[in-house]
Design a protein around this ligand. Structure first.
Ligand code: ZN
Length: 311
């Protein structure tokens, strides 16, 4: 079992409009934009990161906004819901705030004894806020959302799968235990996850059509390991189990490996090192356009081409 895996690291999704996306995550949800960079594999597209003050793994929601991208079609084989943790009693505040900011799909529910508020992101993204007890994570409160209600980081991701068997086995191999089930949903969790974001739900939908990725879809979900040494151990173990894992890729703020899971969801395993302050002071995270060294020569073009983000 891969004890090196410590919880979620980040979730990366697709969007249509960079400014709409930025406004939603900062001015509506109250997260901090901690990095403004580009998609390293398609540098004419932004890569925007929203998180707590410093980009602590387990709090980091990231987006590739592709202008004019078609909306995704929800279905099996994807992360259907990304859930954020909020303090007990925070949901009435959020219900009112999200409605006032024009969010759609608002619905209250209870799952595994926790109160949750579902809502849709700007491109129909599936989100939920979950009231969570004893979450010690310090929130970012710089956008008019007080500490008593602010998002602490991820609570969980929920995958929609046609068949959960092989993915459940993979999650167990990746340090999760099955802790509960309710109807079609099975809950897996890392006992005492280091970063407070250790839950993965699987919803089995045998008759659902396959998801089509587009704006509003999750592109991949990343799990955290402390450092590169542990990442190599995880990579070796996954490959010995039969997974096709990419080589280690330097993403400037973490090192990443990727592999496709049996249910169709793309997983990444990322290091907590070196972190988002490697090229900006904590006080100014997310302000300047940061480019990886291999794309620095494109800066004049990108500064012309990329639509400026209005803060
Ligand atoms: Zn990633």
């Amino acid at each position: 079992m891969l004890k090196q895996i410590k919880g979620l690291h980040h979730v990366t999704s697709l969007a249509r409009d960079a400014n709409e996306n930025n406004a939603f995550f900062t001015r509506t949800l109250g997260l901090r934009r901690i990095k403004k960079t580009v998609n390293f594999d398609a540098p004419d597209v932004y890569h925007l990161y929203y998180a707590d003050e410093t980009g602590t793994p387990g709090t980091v929601m990231t987006y590739f906004p592709f202008p004019n991208a078609a909306r995704g079609r929800p279905g099996a084989g994807e992360v259907g819901t990304t859930a954020f943790a909020v303090p007990p009693g925070a949901l009435p505040f959020w219900e009112e705030r999200l409605a006032a900011h024009g969010a759609t799909g608002l619905a209250r529910a209870e799952l595994f004894g926790e109160k949750r508020l579902s809502f849709a992101g700007p491109d129909g993204d599936g989100f939920a806020l979950v009231e969570t007890y004893d979450d010690a994570r310090a929130p970012w409160t710089g956008n008019g959302v007080g500490e008593d209600v602010a998002i602490r980081g991820f609570h969980s991701v929920s995958m929609r799968l046609a068949d959960d068997g092989a993915t459940a086995e993979l999650l167990r191999f990746m340090n999760h235990e099955e802790v509960d089930s309710a109807g079609a949903v099975r809950r897996f969790a890392i006992a005492g996850a280091d970063n407070g974001a250790g839950i993965v739900d699987i919803e089995t939908l045998p008759s659902a059509g396959h998801a089509r990725q587009g704006a509003g879809s999750v592109h991949h979900v990343a799990f955290a390991v402390e450092d590169r040494g542990r990442q190599l151990e995880v990579r070796k173990a996954l490959m010995e189990t039969g997974y096709q894992v990419t080589p280690v890729i330097d993403r400037d703020y973490f090192f990443a490996i990727y592999f496709r899971t049996p249910g169709g969801v793309l997983f990444e395993v990322s290091t907590n090192e070196p972190g988002f302050d490697r090229d900006e002071d904590t006080a100014h995270l997310g302000e300047a356009l940061k480019l990886p060294r291999q794309h620095e020569h494109l800066r004049p073009f990108l500064e012309q081409h990329l639509e400026p983000i209005r803060d």
